[in-house]
Structures are given as C-alpha cells and as structure tokens.
Design a protein around this ligand. Structure first.
Ligand SMILES: C[S@@+](CC[C@H](N)C(=O)[O-])C[C@H]1O[C@@H](n2cnc3c(N)ncnc32)[C@H](O)[C@@H]1O
Length: 198
C-alpha cells in the first residue's frame, strides 16, 4: 500500500506498457470482468494521481468520451496533453458544483481508488478507511447519473461489510472483487456497483 513500490511482475509490466502505476491492472481486471466503461462515457476518477486509471480509461472511452481526474496532489503534467482527459488539483469533498469541473451533466461512471493516509494501527486505519468510503457514497447523488456505474476501493473490516450490505440496494448489481494484482497480504478489495438507482 501507500507509496511503497514493490518491484514485482506488475510493476515491471506497468513500466513496459507505459503506465504510470501498477494499479492500472486492478482497474483493467475490474473492467474486463464487469464491463464498467464504454466508448463515449463521461467518467470521473476520484484521487486519480499519478494517473494509471486515467490512462486506461482514456483508451477505453475514446475520442467521444471524457475522463476527469481529481486529486489533492499537484496536477500530473504527463496527462494534460491527452485530448479526452482533464485533471484538477482539488479535494473531492470541496466541489460544490459540477461546473467547477467544466462539465454540465452528471457522470456515467465514478471511480475511486482513494485511500486515507495509513498509520499502521489497524483499527484506526480501518475506521478512517470506512469513513472515507461512506463519504464517497455520500457524493454519489451529486456526481453519478441514474443508471451509472461505480467502482470504489475498500479496506476490509466487519464494519465495512455491514455498511456495504446496506448500500447494495443503491444499485441493480453489486459485486466485490480482489484483483489478482492486489498483494495477497493487502486487505483491500473493490466494490463494483452497476446501474445506480438514484
Ligand atoms: C492510490 S492513489 C490513486 C492511484 C491511481 N488510481 C492510479 O492508478 O494512478 C490515491 C490518491 O487519492 C488521493 N486522495 C485522497 N484523498 C483525497 C481527496 N479528499 N480528494 C482528492 N484526492 C484524494 C491521494 O492524494 C492519492 O493520490
């Protein structure tokens, strides 16, 4: 987790494929399995930095789509030249209107690979992680159009499981996936919601 770079198979593969992070293979697996992204989609990526999910999404949505990345970190200049990409340095919880992102409509797809700063204290990290997940679910009515798709990273805990069970009803389909490229020791998994019932 965090910025700790393990130079494993996926790290080397990402370098070879010109992706800025190995996490791209998590989104790739999710998308291949659950068909989240389509050509022409308007997509928002919460906590996009450094931007491998943006690179992947940009390819799948094509010329008629657009992907908007938001991160508190300084804008990654490697992404600013890609025609269907817009990146912003903002806190996602400080966006009061979608016009701040130069879009008129709600998004077809919301992606979130965000994680809180971890302390190494497991219970504290789990609480912070769940708080973040709850806050992101709270943003969906503003950002995600009815019928849209959602992907979010979650750190496992009993409380997280209980919370997620309650959110199931927000989507027609609700699935969990631990991608192959996620290290086996990691407690992270992804929640994939399809067809948002606003
Ligand atoms: C694991 S990284 C994302 C990696 C990315 N998916 C990729 O493939 O390159 C998580 C990011 O979430 C960002 N983040 C955390 N809280 C945020 C917030 N409230 N608003 C915007 N970005 C946030 C962090 O700055 C960090 O860059």
């Amino acid at each position: 987790m965090g910025n700790f770079k393990v130079k494993d198979h996926y790290f080397e593969k990402a370098k070879k494929d010109n992706y800025v992070a190995r996490s791209v293979y998590k989104l790739e697996e999710i998308d291949q399995q659950y068909k989240i992204l389509k050509p022409g989609n308007l997509v928002v990526d919460f906590g996009y930095f450094p931007g491998s999910w943006i690179q992947y999404t940009s390819k799948v949505i094509g010329d008629t789509g657009r992907v908007v990345g938001i991160d508190i970190q300084e804008v990654n200049k490697k992404l600013t030249g890609i025609p269907n990409v817009r990146v912003y340095q903002k806190d996602i919880f400080n966006i009061s209107n979608l016009s701040e992102l130069d879009v008129k409509d709600q998004f077809d797809v919301v992606l979130s690979d965000m994680a809180p700063n971890t302390t190494g204290m497991q219970t504290l990290d789990q609480i912070r992680s769940l708080n973040l997940v709850e806050s992101v679910f709270g943003l969906l009515p503003k950002f995600l159009r009815p019928g849209g798709n959602f992907v979010i990273k979650v750190f496992d805990s009993q409380d997280a499981q209980n919370y997620l069970k309650e959110q199931k009803k927000l989507f027609n389909e609700f699935n969990y996936l631990k991608p192959k490229s996620t290290r086996s020791v990691s407690k992270e998994f992804f929640v994939i919601g399809k067809h948002f019932k606003a």
